[in-house]
Design a protein around this ligand. Sequence first.
Ligand code: TYD
Length: 135
Amino acid sequence: MEIIQYHFTEHGDQRGQLIAVEGERDIPFPIRRVYYMYGVGEGVRRGYHAHKELEQILICMHGSCKVLLDDGSERKSVLLDKPGTGLYIGHATWREIYDFSPGAVLVVLASEIYDERDYIRDYNEFLNYLTQKGR
Ligand code: TYD
């Protein structure tokens, strides 16, 4: 499984840092939704789902967290700890997000608005879905 990360341009000067992320330019899809997670307690693990179509970019804006990616044949963990780096998660990828540092803020840029029908929230169902798709 290939891990795809985008490194965004930091516009820094003596006043501080600024990063801009433009849909279809800095990332491969138009941004139709932004959501963020914060106040995630120590030891909490969340996610536990895959999407049929949705594409996402995860950016840890403050602090750090880890993301486990699973394509049904391989599992890889990625540490997110830089506001200038975005982790791409395509469709049909199981993800779990864990090890949030105190005060961590995880921002997610998504290719579609929220639709529960796009979720696969059961791991065995995820594996069956991949088999059906011939992957
Ligand atoms: P959930 O999918 O459980 O979060 P996780 O990413 O950890 O799997 O989402 C938590 C709640 O927020 C759930 O009730 C659905 C809701 N939600 C929205 O209403 N809109 C969204 O864009 C997202 C991502 C979640």
